[in-house]
Design a protein. Structure first.
Lengths: 301, 337
C-alpha cells in the first residue's frame, strides 16, 4: 500500500481493459447470470448537499463487487441505503427484481465496528438471526454451530465477544450475517479496523468463504489493493457529488493469491483506479511546502 | 526502586495499592475521631468534674467549660476552701468510638424505655420497608417510562420536559399534601420516597437507554429483528448493566430521603428512634443509629455490586467489589511471600 504510485506507472505495459481468454470467458458467463441486486438512479441529498447522485449498477448472482472511493464520497451511505438503514431521496433498490424499502434478513451486513451483541456468547450471537426467523432453538443452535465451524471458532463458541481479538470478532460477525442465508452479503469496510497482517488473513479467508458458500458480496472499501485483490468488478465512486466514475472489470485471473500484487494486470487496474480517484492535477494541489528546520548538512536522504 | 505513578493522570493503581487505599479511606476518619476523643490536648473544651471540692453547684460527672472551672477554682483558693478536681472532656454530643461501639451493642439489647416505643431492630425494619416500597413503586413506573422515553421520541417529548420541571420541586415539599391525601402512617412516607426517586429515575433511565450503541440496533435490523424483538432482545439486554448501576445510585438517593420522609405524619422508623434517643440525651445511641444507616446502605451496595458480577458475566468490571479486591490482595501477598 505504501508503494509509490508513480513507480507503478512506469512499469505498466498492460491495459487494464485487456482480459486473458479465461478471464473474458468468466465475465461473459457472469453477465448471463441473473441480477440479485439492482440499484436504479439512486440519489441521496442531505439538505442542499448531494451525497449520492444518479447511482445505477447491479450485482449478479455469486459476484463479488467492490465499491471504492475516497473517504467522504458517500460509499457508506450507499451501502446503508441498500441495507435499508437509510432511505434514498430518489431512485430505487431491487432485490431479485422486487423493490425493497426497509432492512431485512435477505441482506446480511457486516459493519466496520464489530457490532456483536456483547451480552451474548459467540454461539448465541450467530443464533440471533436464525431465531428471528422463527427457527426452533434446537435448529438454530445446530445451524449456528455449523457456521461457527466454518469460520474456525468452534473452540470459542461459548466465549463472550470481549474475550476475542478483532479478527475473531469479525469472523463471528461474518458467520452471524451468513447464518440467515441472505441473498446478498453487504460488507462496509469490514477489515478497516484491523492491523495489516490480520487484514491480509481475513481477505484470504473471505475469498475462501465466498468460494464455498453460495453468496453474493457487495464490498465497500477505500483500500485499492483490497478491492483489486478480492473483486470481480470494481465500482469507482467520485466525490462532489458522488456518482459512478467507472465500473471496472477486474482482469486479474482467479484463483487469487497475494503473489498477483505485482502482476501486470493488477498494476494496470490499480493505476487506473488511482487515476480515477486522485486525478493528476489534484496531487499538486495537495503538496505542502515545509520550511527547512534542520542544521545545514544534516540530511537524511 | 520504581518511581511511584500515583499522581500521573489516569494512571491505573495496582490491585494491592487500591485495596489498602480502600481500607485507609475508612481508617483515616476513624483515626481522626479517635485522636479527637482520646488525646486530651486536641480539643476537649470541657472539664468533667470528679471531685466538686468547695464549689456548691458542681456535681460529680457534670461537664463545665474550662474558663468557668478555672475561675471557680481561683475563687476557692482565695477563700481557702478545697478546690474542684476534674479531667478534660469533649461535649456530650461527641462520644468516643468505644462508647459508640458499646452503644451499638446496647442499642440492640436494651428494651425501649416506654412500652409504646420500638426496639432498634424494629425501627430499622420499619425504615427498610418504607424504602423498599417507595423504591419498588418508583421502579415499577419509572423504568418502563424511562426506557420508552429513551427509545421513542414521542414518549420523550411528552414526558421529559414536564418531568424535568417537577424534579426541581423538593420531595419533602409535598409532605403536607401527602398527609392530607394519604393519612399520617406509612403511605405518605412511601409517597415521599417515590416522589424523590421517580422523576429522577425517568430521566436517568431515558439517558441510559439513549446511550445504547445504535450500531447494535442496526445490526439486529439487518438480521431481521422486528420492533418488539428490537426492544426485548436488543434494547433491554443492551442497557441492563448500565440500568442496574443506575438503580444502585438511585437506591442511595432513596436512603437520603428516608429521614425527611419519616418526619412526615406520625414520626416512625429509625428517625423516631434517633429523635427519642436525642431527647433522652443518649448521643451514643444516636451515633450508633446513624452509623447503622450508613452500614446498611454500604453493605447493600456492595452486595448488589457482587450480584452484578454474577448477573452480567459478559461485563468486564473496572470497579471490582471489596471482597474481590480483598481476595486479589491476598493472592498478591501469597505470591510475594
Amino acid at each position: 500500500m505504501s508503494v509509490d504510485v508513480g513507480n507503478r506507472h512506469a512499469d505498466i505495459v498492460a491495459d487494464y481493459r485487456r482480459q486473458s481468454p479465461a478471464v473474458a470467458e468468466r465475465f461473459s458467463r457472469l453477465r448471463e447470470r441473473p441480477a440479485i441486486l439492482e440499484v436504479n438512479k439512486l440519489g441521496r441529498t442531505f439538505g442542499t448537499h448531494a451525497a449520492l447522485q444518479d447511482i445505477s449498477f447491479n450485482v449478479r448472482r455469486r459476484e463479488f463487487l467492490s465499491v471504492l472511493g475516497a473517504s467522504g464520497c458517500g460509499k457508506s451511505t450507499l451501502i446503508r441505503i441498500v441495507a435499508g438503514l437509510e432511505t434514498p431521496t430518489s431512485g430505487e433498490i431491487l432485490l431479485d427484481g422486487k423493490p425493497v424499502h426497509s432492512s431485512g434478513p435477505d441482506r446480511g451486513m457486516v459493519f466496520q465496528g464489530y457490532t456483536l451483541f456483547p451480552w451474548l456468547t459467540v454461539k448465541k450471537n450467530v443464533m440471533f438471526g436464525l431465531q428471528m426467523s422463527d427457527k426452533s432453538k434446537f435448529e438454530a443452535e445446530s445451524e449456528a454451530r455449523e457456521w461457527i465451524a466454518l469460520v474456525g471458532l468452534t473452540k470459542f463458541e461459548n466465549a463472550y465477544p470481549h474475550q476475542l481479538s478483532g479478527g475473531m470478532k469479525q469472523r463471528v460477525a461474518i458467520a452471524r450475517a451468513l447464518a440467515p442465508r441472505p441473498r446478498i452479503l453487504l460488507m462496509d469496510e469490514p477489515f478497516g479496523a484491523l492491523d495489516a497482517q490480520t487484514r491480509a488473513q481475513m481477505q484470504a479467508y473471505l475469498l475462501e468463504i465466498w468460494r464455498n458458500v453460495d453468496v453474493t458480496i457487495l464490498f465497500i472499501t477505500h483500500d485499492l489493493d483490497e478491492a483489486v485483490y478480492l473483486s470481480d468488478r470494481i465500482l469507482v465512486l467520485g466525490t462532489n457529488p458522488s456518482r459512478v466514475l467507472e465500473v471496472i472489470e477486474n482482469p486479474v485471473p482467479r484463483p487469487r493469491s497475494r503473489d498477483q500484487f505485482v502482476a501486470p494486470e493488477f498494476l494496470a487496474t490499480y493505476s487506473r483506479i488511482s487515476e480515477l480517484i486522485h486525478p493528476p492535477h489534484a496531487e499538486d494541489q495537495g503538496r505542502i511546502v515545509i520550511p527547512r528546520m534542520t542544521m545545514a548538512g544534516d540530511d537524511v536522504e | 526502586m520504581k518511581r511511584s505513578n500515583w499522581l500521573v493522570p489516569f494512571a491505573p493503581l495496582s490491585e494491592r495499592t487500591g485495596f489498602w487505599l480502600t481500607v485507609a479511606s475508612f481508617l483515616l476518619p476513624l483515626l481522626v475521631w479517635c485522636a479527637v476523643s482520646y488525646l486530651p490536648f486536641i480539643w476537649h473544651p470541657l472539664v468533667k468534674i470528679e471531685e466538686p471540692g468547695g464549689v456548691s453547684y458542681f456535681t460529680v460527672g457534670a461537664l463545665v467549660e474550662k474558663p468557668v472551672f478555672a475561675a471557680e477554682n481561683a475563687k476557692m483558693l482565695e477563700a481557702g476552701e478545697p478546690i474542684a478536681v476534674g479531667v478534660p472532656a469533649n461535649p456530650v454530643f461527641l462520644p468516643a468510638p468505644h462508647e459508640v461501639a458499646q452503644a451499638f451493642h446496647r442499642s440492640f439489647t436494651t428494651p425501649p424505655r416506654r412500652a409504646g416505643d420500638k426496639w432498634l431492630h424494629e425501627s430499622l425494619w420499619h425504615s427498610i420497608q418504607i424504602i423498599s416500597w417507595g423504591f419498588f413503586w418508583s421502579c415499577l413506573f419509572g423504568i418502563p417510562l424511562g426506557i420508552l422515553s429513551g427509545v421513542f421520541g414521542v414518549f420523550s417529548k411528552i414526558t421529559e420536559p414536564v418531568v424535568d420541571f417537577i424534579r426541581y420541586m423538593p420531595a419533602p415539599a409535598f409532605g403536607a399534601l401527602a398527609v392530607v391525601v394519604l393519612g399520617i402512617y406509612d403511605a405518605p412516607k412511601i409517597a415521599i420516597i417515590f416522589i424523590g426517586t421517580f422523576f429522577q429515575m425517568i430521566l436517568v433511565v431515558a439517558n441510559t437507554t439513549r446511550k445504547l450503541d445504535p450500531a447494535l440496533i442496526e445490526a439486529a435490523q439487518t438480521l431481521g429483528a422486528g420492533r418488539p424483538q428490537l426492544l426485548f432482545r436488543v434494547v433491554l439486554p443492551g442497557i441492563s448493566t448500565d440500568l442496574y448501576n443506575d438503580l444502585r445510585i438511585l437506591l442511595g438517593w432513596a436512603w437520603t430521603y428516608l429521614i425527611v420522609a419519616e418526619y412526615i405524619g406520625a414520626s416512625s422508623g429509625i428517625t423516631f428512634f434517633i429523635n427519642q434517643q436525642a431527647k433522652y440525651r443518649i448521643y451514643d445511641n444516636v451515633f450508633a443509629a446513624i452509623l447503622i444507616i450508613g452500614l446498611i446502605g454500604f453493605t447493600t451496595d456492595r452486595v448488589l455490586a457482587m450480584l452484578g458480577h454474577w448477573f452480567f458475566p459478559w461485563k468486564r468490571d473496572a470497579n471490582p467489589g471489596l471482597f474481590a479486591m480483598w481476595k486479589q490482595a491476598r493472592g498478591v501477598q501469597e505470591a510475594v511471600s
